[in-house]
Design a protein around this ligand. Structure first.
Ligand code: SF4
Length: 368
């Protein structure tokens, strides 16, 4: 898959987890070997059905997300990579800290995984318990070292703020601990109470314990101060990296690079349409056995709303957006945002200001 002009990415949804976290709203299944084999079989069929769509495009990144993809097994991941023959590109595997055995990480590195995304969330044991995570802070630190020692040196970790009971001090300690480890990238998330989660059911008790708005903003700002001081520069609203280690795969989402998602519940964005696979392993496999694409939702936005949406998502990148690429964007709204100090408009580019980063949701609502 080389020598082609337009780029694309592949995403594989591997939904198995040892236990469902109380705040998680993803499509997740209990870990069973039989189901992993069933999924591998389905993925093979799905790839056979869609691979012709990619023939005129250049693959630039592969991402195994979930779930806990590291539970899928290195042989199965190696098999998937043998179908797509990706070459030397960014290949990310999401890993949970309690699944980092040295032998397994060596096998993933050998299979071709060259980037890890580790679901740490916090380095505070009490908060990890609140989140019902299955690892401790010490285990998370050992996991980073274990992945690094296996030769996967491009390591991203997820950290979460706005957790019930979380203090600014705890958050800053987690950030500083993260910076002491051999990582190259951090993605920040704020906890949200999503329907059909345990947290959502308990929201009357838990929501009052979450940090207030001023503390939440202070948490975000402290990340913006602490991480760059340790060599991790902010390049997107929630992403920080060492030089040259920005996530190529995630940058595709922000720049509207086409991607195909395989596996139950996986999303795709292709030729201006968004579609989603069915969120059931059995139905997903059955549809594939019948030779059908396992899609249960599809939408194509009209050109104007699609352009506005892509512009707003692209604006998340702090490098700014080339206005020449978005000729239909309402210049009056942009100038109003500029006069309110939320964006700058210079040298043909729109960029978020520091204030705009904090009020991105307002900007998005204004422009979409
Ligand atoms: S490990 Fe991740 S995907 Fe699995 S249940 Fe927890 S949050 Fe969800």
């Amino acid at each position: 898959m080389t020598g082609k002009n337009s780029e694309f990415s592949l995403y594989f949804h591997l939904p198995f987890c040892k236990k469902k976290c109380d705040y998680c709203h993803f499509f997740v299944l209990p870990e069973r070997e039989l189901h992993k084999d069933q999924l591998l079989h389905g993925l093979r069929k799905e790839w056979q059905l869609i691979k012709a769509m990619c023939e005129d495009k250049r693959l630039v990144s592969v991402y195994f997300g979930g779930g806990t993809p590291s539970l899928f097994g290195s042989d199965r991941v190696a098999e998937i990579l043998s179908w797509i023959n990706p070459g030397p590109i960014e290949i990310t595997l999401e890993i949970n800290p309690d699944g980092v055995a040295e032998e397994l990480m060596n096998a993933y590195a050998k299979a071709g995984i060259n980037r890890a995304s580790l679901g740490v969330q916090s380095f505070d044991d009490n908060l990890l318990q609140t989140l019902s995570r299955t690892h401790s802070s010490a285990l998370a630190r050992r996991a980073v070292d274990g992945i690094y020692n296996a030769g996967i040196s491009n390591i991203s970790i997820d950290l979460m703020f706005d957790i019930p009971g979380q203090t600014l001090k705890q958050w800053e300690t987690s950030l500083i601990t993260a910076c002491s480890l051999p990582i190259t990238h951090i993605s920040l998330y704020n906890l949200t109470f999503e329907p059909r989660t345990v947290f959502f059911k308990k929201r009357k008790d838990l929501q009052p314990q979450t940090p207030d708005e001023a503390t939440s903003q202070a948490m975000y700002k402290s990340a913006q101060a602490i991480l760059p001081a340790h060599g991790l520069s902010q390049y997107e609203i929630s992403a920080f990296s060492k030089p040259g280690c920005q996530s190529l795969h995630n940058s595709g989402y922000w720049k509207a690079r086409p991607f195909l998602g395989l596996g139950p519940s996986a999303f795709s964005y292709w030729r201006g349409s968004r579609f989603r696979n069915i969120a059931s392993l059995n139905k997903y496999c059955r549809m594939l056995e019948e030779g059908k694409r396992p899609i249960d939702f599809e939408e194509t936005l009209e050109p104007a709303p699609s352009l506005r949406e892509r512009f707003v998502i692209n604006l998340r990148l702090l490098e700014g957006v080339d206005l020449n690429c978005y000729p239909g964007i309402d210049s009056i709204s942009l100038r109003e945002l500029e006069s309110n100090g939320l964006i700058t408009l210079q040298s043909g580019k729109a960029k978020l200001t520091d204030l705009g980063i904090l009020h991105y949701d307002t900007i998005a609502a204004e422009l979409i």
